[in-house]
Design a protein around this ligand. Structure first.
Ligand SMILES: Nc1ncnc2c1ncn2[C@@H]1O[C@H](COP(=O)(O)OP(=O)(O)OP(=O)(O)O)[C@@H](O)[C@H]1O
Length: 677
């Protein structure tokens, strides 16, 4: 049965939506006037990484063909259990097949039906489109292209495309000031459309403004001193960032991004006039702390003058949320905005791939037009947990723009460097200065989407890349786990907290999922068994010495952040304490009694998502089966590039091929909007 009631013309445009606070409150936790916020809360309730059971063969989806529905190589999971929480029990007959096939979840259906009721839109085809727009945000997209879902699940009874598009375009739910927007074949929840337009407008406004005034002779002298190699893309990036209001500095791990930022800050400090006020920020506390540490290390390597180094030391990195100033009761509005801009001359954001569209919109609106913004990150990594793939969109969108006439003075500074997109404000660093050739070749093959090359690299004898098809039969992972775990326990028992913390970086087991046979929970237990057999993880004592810990929520009072890692150690007085690294603390460490820690868990294994922004000497990556919806090229690339000297991939060939060949698809109009703007 096709969804009934496609209305030829839809309701007349321009009719005001009868959305009232009482309507919005009617369903519980909602805030008046922010229906999509409530919708997002509902949508966020679903664990993102629930493993997908192989779709049952021969099951019946009402009004849809029997058997599993495949979406982009991932089997959708039809809802067979009548009590499955994803089942929308009050679903209209027309939406039910999409819910039962596992394409829509209860929240998508309920939101669409509720908006349809409140907005006077009875057409099930439009309600289906609304449900798909809600689903899209749940999957990290900011919008949905209506021709995409039918490609994912062709077996479902889709409306006629042309009539569907007409009905959506004419719906009273869609248009300026209404809950949804329809533009260039993309359907948005209004909030994301607004944010996308704002991000694009702010960036283009910054680009159109007269560039910062710079003493070019001093800039050239500084570059010749700090990065004398003329062909270096780092030199080009530093020159470009010094002479523009906005620069995107991309590159994989170890390509010298932080070094370039240190050079840039030294160059700006060297300019005539008062020293610039600099803010350093990252999406997570862990990444912010790393940025600060790495900048100081780079300053030492570059032998910056003592005065410049101490100025760098004075700039503390913070989370983006902290920089913008959190406001009680909201996580999407901040103290700094267009009316109360940030008081900085330079803002550097690291790990920008983890920044969502919403946060980028808030950051841009809080910047003065004469603040230099440097967005640093790896556009090939996993995107933010929330909607948007902003860094990849910025790199793609700016590169697609027609090249402006380059400034001849800057052109002279960057001549000969491998930085073709510098006139558009984008420099991507490609030379890896850190990890082994094998890891570099493997990561590059994955980035290009070349599964044959990735497999060839993994199967070739290489000191730094290994493919393991039978994890329990292979002694490598167990050997690494036990070596790192016993060394950690020994250091912790001896009270060597710094040594124990350093050992946390020796080896890490990474999984795509939290739960299920390929998940963190199962593998953590396996590691505990391996360690217990060696006496390195005594059972029965929660706070055993040598226990590696992960902080899972920010604790501002203790200065601990989600993602920080620590170790339980025995002090010289025989006390049990948990030690964490902290730049600027007396011996570079802080120690807390276990009773003061709340949101922590043992970290023998972690998800790839969590590992973003961290590096380990050796990594064992456990991939799920090829049907897993989490298995994407970005996940694989992110995991591989966490390793510095060895990466061991535990996977069958089919799963590996599936990962390489499946780029994460996040629908967004930002790239096209920037390119055309
Ligand atoms: N031009 C260069 N020549 C040689 N080594 C370099 C160069 N630039 C950086 N390095 C070295 O490469 C390593 C990585 O540099 P850096 O920390 O700047 O990279 P990154 O891209 O910021 O890495 P990550 O994203 O992992 O933090 C450092 O040891 C640094 O000293």
């Amino acid at each position: 049965m096709a969804p009934a009631g496609l209305r030829p013309g839809g309701a007349p445009r321009g009719r005001a939506l009868p959305l009232r606070p009482r309507h919005v409150r009617a369903r519980g936790a909602a805030r008046a006037g922010a229906p999509e916020r409530r919708l997002r809360l509902v949508a966020a309730a679903r664990p993102r990484d629930r493993p997908v059971r192989p779709a049952a063969r021969g099951c019946r989806v009402s009004a849809a063909p029997a058997g599993p529905v495949r979406a982009a190589g991932v089997a959708l999971e039809p809802l067979e259990d009548p009590y499955d929480v994803r089942r929308a029990r009050g679903a209209d007959a027309a939406l039910r097949p999409y819910n039962e096939a596992g394409l829509l979840e209860a929240a998508d259906v309920h939101v669409a039906q509720r908006l349809g009721e409140l907005g006077g839109e009875p057409d099930p085809a439009v309600r289906l489109a609304v449900a798909l727009a809600v689903r899209a945000v749940r999957g990290g997209s900011t919008c949905v292209a209506l021709d995409e879902p039918p490609r994912l699940a062709p077996e479902l009874p889709w409306p006629d495309p042309a009539a569907w598009v007409r009905a959506v375009g004419a719906s009273p739910l869609v248009g300026p000031g209404r809950p949804l927007r329809w533009e260039d074949g993309l359907l948005y929840l209004e909030r994301y459309h607004r944010q996308e337009v704002q991000v694009c407008d702010d960036l283009l406004r910054r680009e159109a403004a007269a560039p910062p005034r710079v003493d070019l002779a001093r800039l050239r002298d500084g570059l010749d001193r700090l990065l004398p190699e003329r062909t270096s893309a780092q030199r080009a990036a530093a020159a470009v960032a010094a002479t523009r209001w906005t620069t995107v500095l991309g590159g994989g791990p170890g390509t010298g991004k932080t070094t370039t930022v240190a050079v840039l800050l030294a160059l700006l400090l060297d300019q005539p006039g008062p020293p610039p006020r600099v803010a350093l920020a990252a999406p997570t506390g862990k990444a912010a702390a790393r940025l600060q540490e790495a900048l100081l290390e780079a300053a030492d390597r570059l032998r910056l003058p003592a005065g410049d180094r101490s100025r760098l030391e004075g700039h503390t990195a913070s989370t983006l949320h902290r920089l913008l100033g959190p406001r009680p009761g909201t996580s999407t509005r901040f103290r700094h905005d267009r009316d109360a801009t940030l008081p900085y001359d330079v803002v550097v954001v690291d790990e920008t791939s983890m920044v969502s569209l919403t946060l980028m919109a808030r950051l841009l609106e809080a910047l003065r037009p004469d603040t230099r913004l440097v967005l640093v990150g790896d556009p090939d990594q996993l995107a933010s947990v929330e909607a948007g793939a902003v860094l990849a969109d910025l790199v793609g969108g700016l590169r697609d723009r027609p090249a402006p006439d380059p400034d001849p003075a800057v052109a002279a500074l960057v001549a000969g460097a491998d930085a073709p997109d510098w006139p558009r404000g984008v420099v991507v660093l490609r030379t890896n200065h850190r990890y082994g050739a094998g890891i570099g070749a493997l990561a590059e093959a994955v980035r290009r989407g070349d599964a044959d090359a990735a497999l060839a690299q993994l199967r070739s004898p290489s000191p730094d890349t290994v493919l393991v098809e039978d994890p329990l039969g292979d002694p490598g992972a167990r050997g690494d786990v036990v070596a790192a775990g016993t060394a950690l326990r020994r250091a912790a028992l001896e009270g060597d907290a710094a040594g124990a913390l350093a050992l946390l970086g020796r080896h890490r087991l990474l999984c795509a999922h939290r739960t299920g046979p390929y998940g963190v929970d199962v593998w953590s237990r396996q590691v505990e068994r391996w360690l217990a057999a060696q006496g390195a993880a005594p059972g029965g004592d929660e706070w055993y010495v040598g226990r590696p810990l992960l902080v899972t929520a920010n604790d501002y009072a203790l200065g601990l952040y989600n993602g920080d890692t620590g170790v339980v150690v025995r002090t010289a007085d025989g006390e049990v304490r948990v030690a964490f690294a902290r730049a600027g603390a007396a011996d570079g460490l802080v120690r807390f009694a276990p009773s003061r820690l709340h949101e922590v868990q043992t970290v023998h294994a972690m998800t790839v998502h969590r590992s973003q922004g961290s590096q380990f000497d050796r990594v064992t990556l456990v991939l799920p089966e090829q049907d897993s919806p989490l298995l994407t090229r970005e996940l694989l690339y992110t995991a591989l590039t966490r390793a510095q000297s060895l990466v061991r991939v535990v996977a069958g060939e089919a799963a590996l091929r599936a990962a390489v060949e499946r780029p994460a698809v996040r629908a967004s109009g930002l790239r096209g909007r920037l390119a055309a703007g």
